[in-house]
Design a protein. Structure first.
Length: 551
């Protein structure tokens, strides 16, 4: 499915956005920009997709994003649900945990990185986009009015590309970050690790991930994690400490060795940790790597942005790395879309680093702390399943979100401005036999303005909300959808202008603490932008003035 430029004369010389790096983060960003109709180029130095089993975990929040892109079923079909964790010490089971699934939109999915890339690249092509492979970023100038970039093809020819913005999604050794001269503060851990995609001949239950420890007189000598890979009942990706003889790998951030562990080497190192009699076979892929913990001081400089491993790297505990990068792209894409279309001012782009850098910093700190505990005590550190779901990341402190609700008038625990908008189920629509979900309207590339009515709402109140929707649509260039939520037994007079859903099971009312007349503006990334206790055009206008001034 990848596109390799045999005739580089066809390489375009301009685009609104140049995305460098077609790993999961760059591919997701390109998918979102393509869906929004933003002119972009995605370039990748590798001529073909690589076969990597590095990033394996996909969080419930990332699966929500995949759902919005229409690829969640493909991901589920290619992955394995993780239904718990079992721990062993010196081959003897010591602990077993089942994750709490109640309240989660999805479970945790084990999905190899190569499958994530395949699914996202297929999505990009299906919507008319492409990856220009064999193209390496040579250099660029970050001028106030535009970016002048130069990319080099495999034949050594240099192609100039003029763009309004450049996004570095080019990994831990990012050429974009280095060109910006940004500090990548942190450090690396002294140990070397190895990965292996193998078959394990054992009778342990499928669908769990397994943690192993090798201890001698209570002192930890090595640890390993086995994560299931779809394909056969015994296929797992192993991650474990490498022997000292493999520790001499070349320097560099996130450096990977050219050496690949053999099946015999993996079997020898894993033997003290596995239950007796377990055999390894059919090695498909292996690698040796070092772990670092680093983050840039900010995610943007002028017209250049960083996302994913180019901006932050950390220990793999909790499987947060790739998912955090995907959500970087999800946060940035809609903002680039509004600014590229001339709807929002470039000030909106400042919110990307303001909102995402604290998230990256928190992930680096939490995983580094868990890694430190593992090294100091020998226990297998965890970030915590609530954190690992990434459903509770919020931007409440951002200047680009606002609560316009009277103090003391709201219920505690309801989502506030900056929070992810939770789903609500059990909604109904006339002449539709099945129940609907709120998420069917969210994260589709536009803002969603939701109004709530009960039986005591007046026709005037409902018309005011309809006018608020129309005004917002004009303000945001049509990139706003309106949605009326009504309590069971309530009528809505503007039903032919705005979709109307009945809250048959009161799920929306309970989750959002909804009262008659309340309004919520939900951003294209699924976070609440604005919340008000009434449909007030002046209040909403003042809020939108922050990034989408009236003409």
């Amino acid at each position: 499915m990848s596109r390799f430029c045999d005739n580089f004369d066809y390489m375009r010389a301009s685009a609104d956005v140049l995305v460098v790096g077609a790993g999961p983060v760059g591919l997701l960003l390109a998918c979102e920009l393509q869906r929004l109709g933003v002119d972009h180029l995605l370039v990748e130095k590798a001529p073909e997709r690589a076969y990597f089993c590095k990033a394996m975990g996909v969080t419930p929040r990332t699966l929500e994003i995949f759902e919005a892109l229409g690829v969640v079923e493909q991901a589920i079909d290619a992955g394995v649900w993780l239904n718990g964790m079992t721990a062993f010490e010196n081959g003897v089971e010591t602990e077993s945990q089942d994750p709490p699934f109640e309240g989660l939109p999805y479970g945790f999915l084990a999905l190899p990185q190569y499958e994530t890339e395949r699914i996202l690249e297929s999505c990009l092509y299906r919507h008319g986009g492409s990856v220009q492979r064999g193209m390496t970023l040579a250099n660029f100038t970050n001028a106030p009015e535009a970016i002048e970039a130069r990319v080099m093809d495999v034949a050594g020819a240099v192609h100039p590309i003029r763009c309004r913005w450049l996004v570095g999604c080019d990994g831990a050794r990012s050429a974009v970050r280095k060109a910006l001269g940004l500090d990548f503060s942190g450090g690396k851990y002294p140990m070397t690790f190895m990965l292996g995609d193998v078959e394990l001949d054992w009778n342990l239950p499928r669908g769990r991930f397994y943690r192993f420890r090798h201890t001698v007189e209570g002192q930890m000598r090595n640890g390993m994690v086995a994560v299931p890979i779809r394909g056969s009942a015994g296929r797992y990706r192993l991650s474990l400490g490498a022997p000292e003889a493999m520790g001499d790998i070349h320097e560099g951030i996130g450096a990977e060795a050219g050496v690949q562990p053999t099946l015999e080497q993996l079997a020898q190192v894993t033997r003290p940790m596995l239950p007796p009699g377990v055999q390894l076979s059919r090695l498909r892929w292996s690698s040796v790597y070092r772990i670092s913990h680093r983050i840039v001081p900010h995610y943007s400089v002028g017209r250049v942005f960083l996302a994913g491993d180019a901006a932050h790297i950390h220990p793999p505990i909790g499987g947060q790395g790739m998912n955090t990068g995907l959500q970087d792209a999800h946060n940035l894409s809609w903002k680039l879309g509004l600014v590229a279309k001339g709807i929002a001012t470039e000030q909106l782009l400042e919110s990307y680093s303001v909102e995402r850098h604290p998230v990256g910093l928190d992930v680096v700190e939490q995983t580094s702390r868990a890694m430190g505990e593992t090294m100091a005590t020998g226990s297998m550190g965890r970030v915590g399943q609530v954190r690992e779901s990434q459903l509770f990341i919020n931007y409440r402190s951002s200047a680009w979100v606002q609560d316009d609700v009277a103090q003391g008038a709201e219920k505690p625990g309801v989502p506030r401005a900056g929070d992810r908008a939770p789903d609500a189920t059990g909604l109904s629509r006339p002449f539709v036999a099945h129940r609907l979900r709120l998420r069917e309207w969210l994260e589709r590339g536009h803002h969603v303005l939701i109004g709530y009515s009960e039986g005591n709402s007046t026709a005037s109140d409902q018309r005011t909300f309809a006018e608020l929707v129309q005004g917002t649509q004009k303000r945001l260039g049509g990139l706003t959808a309106g949605l009326a939520l009504i309590a069971s037994g309530t009528s809505f007079v503007e039903g032919e202008q705005i979709p109307v859903l009945s809250d048959q099971e009161d799920a929306f009312q309970k989750i959002y603490g909804a009262r008659p007349g309340m309004v919520w503006l939900i951003r294209p990334d699924g976070h609440l932008a604005w919340r008000c206790d009434r449909a007030d055009p002046q209040r909403l206008g003042r809020f939108l003035e922050r990034y989408a001034p009236a003409a």
